[in-house]
Design a protein around this ligand. Structure first.
Ligand SMILES: *Cc1c(COP(=O)(O)O)cnc(C)c1O
Length: 466
């Protein structure tokens, strides 16, 4: 499999290079040149497989000859043993045709573990083989950081620097990052918001000297391997609910558009998907886009679903590339207009696609959905999941088609909102019950790219004399 940049001007790479590179050198994101195809028989054959086997089977075509099939299968087996539920991503029935897919049984209690546990092993494998090291730099609005740190802690070939917006992630989220004291883990609290953090990471990637001298790599959802790993659970969920014979719909709490883009990829690979519902909180650039064709920045308002508090969605560019038939020049022009004019409008004809629907859920609606879900089903859901449930009910076209809402975080990760809504304070799972007693370590830096760069330069071991 070959990978091309959404902007068409970066070198074409193989899987190994794409995993270690992250953002393309022309500022774009890498995409597989074509979508591997799975027949209904292929999809049917997933029915007897465990999750790790299904992952190895579905993802093999993306690897090309970068990784031996047996090695990759060993990686998927290992990655998902870190999950506390035997089914890895169990499905819970909530109503006649309503289901929750619990993606939060990994080490940091959010769905990002599903991809990052695998990515950590991919790094290990590929770097050890090449005798190389990397410096991973990422920005987090809360969950990516801890999941990336958990996946990379203690790994000899990796130094990891995670920027988070100071005071804008929950205390559980912060502590899940800052209490990891391994020497290769560096947490930076930036005096700014998530978009400031993300913009700094992008700028560091676009500084080729900096990037090359530190062998910088990304674990944000701009890394292709993350999107790839998330494709698997759309297939396994659909098959467990009667797919591929019966189509299934998904409602996906969305921020950077990585998770729902993986659902789109699954549909392009042959999975019958009726609807993909893009669920946003009041930071709603995505739902505005799918309802109007206009993609335009607005400010970022902090919400009780902070992992979706974004101004622009980095993976959206991948979808744009497909909308424009992989025309790199057209994508570059739109992205330039996003920078210069704050937005752009897509030709209505291009959007004539009934796969996507989108809805927004405000703060009061989020609380009300948590309350009502608890009252009606006895299930505690976190605020991100509630956004998905709310938008899912508002946007589904056909209540006879099973709707799977992705439950992206454990309720105990956002206990204040859950308690406010239900009166119940969800408990952390046992292995984390001492989180509030653990020692924290992090640096606090101004929202200034040069300061952050020097901080990283001084600490990345890549430059240390041998
Ligand atoms: C990251 C995250 C999301 C948003 O996922 P995207 O891939 O960025 O759209 C939703 N919910 C939770 C809990 C998250 O951590």
């Amino acid at each position: 499999m070959r990978y091309i940049s959404t902007r068409g001007k970066a070198p074409v790479l193989n899987f190994e290079e794409v995993v270690l590179t992250g953002l393309a050198r022309d500022g774009g994101l890498y995409l597989p040149e074509s979508w591997p195809q799975f027949s209904h028989d292929d999809i049917q054959s997933l029915a007897g497989m465990r999750y790790a086997e299904a992952a190895a089977f579905l993802l093999q075509p993306f690897l090309g000859d970068s990784i031996e099939a047996a090695d990759f299968h060993a990686m998927t087996e290992k990655a998902y043993t870190a999950f506390s539920h035997e089914a890895v991503v169990p499905i819970r029935q909530m109503g006649a045709n309503d289901f929750l897919m619990e993606l939060y049984h990994g080490p940091t209690l959010a769905f990002k573990d599903v991809a990052l546990q695998l990515l950590g092993l991919l790094y290990d494998h590929l770097l050890a083989r090449q005798g190389k090291r990397v410096t991973i730099i990422g920005a987090t609005s809360g969950d990516t950081g801890s999941a990336a740190i958990e996946a990379c802690r203690g790994r000899e070939a990796v130094d990891i620097f995670i920027l988070h917006p100071k005071g804008r992630v929950s205390e559980v989220q912060r502590r899940q990052m800052t209490t990891v004291l391994d020497a290769n883990v560096h947490n930076i609290a930036v005096e700014g918001d998530f978009d400031d953090c993300q913009a700094m990471v992008k700028a560091m990637f676009n500084d080729h000297d900096f990037r090359d001298s530190l062998a910088v790599s990304a674990v944000n959802s701009i890394n292709w391997a993350r999107v790839m790993a998330q494709i698997v659970y759309y297939f396994t969920a659909a098959v467990s609910l009667g797919g591929p014979a019966r189509p299934v719909s998904f409602s996906v709490p969305s921020g950077n558009f990585g998770d729902v883009y993986a659902g789109y990829a699954a549909s392009r690979m042959g999975l019958p998907v009726e609807q993909l519902i893009v669920a946003t909180n009041r930071n709603d650039i995505l739902s505005r886009f799918f309802n109007s064709g206009e993609y335009r920045k607005a400010g970022v308002d902090p919400t009780i679903s902070p992992s979706m508090d974004i101004q622009v969605s980095s993976n959206f560019e991948r979808y744009l590339a497909d909308l424009y038939g992989r025309d790199g020049a057209a994508v570059s022009e739109l992205m330039a207009r996003l920078d210069s004019d704050g937005g752009f409008v897509i030709d209505r004809l291009r959007l004539n696609d009934s796969l996507f629907a989108a809805g927004k859920c405000g703060e009061a609606e989020t609380i009300e959905t948590i309350r009502r879900t608890f009252e009606e089903t006895g299930t505690l859901v976190d605020p991100h999941t509630a956004v998905g449930l709310f938008a899912g009910q508002n946007c589904r076209k056909d209540s006879h088609i099973p709707l799977v809402t992705l439950s992206t975080a454990h309720p105990a990760k956002f206990p204040d909102a859950v308690e406010k809504a239900t009166g119940e304070r969800p408990a952390l799972p046992k292995h984390m019950s001492d989180l509030f007693a653990r020692e924290e370590r992090f640096a606090q830096l101004p929202n200034d790219i040069e300061t952050v760069k020097s901080y990283i330069r001084e600490r990345a071991r890549i430059l240390a004399p041998h």
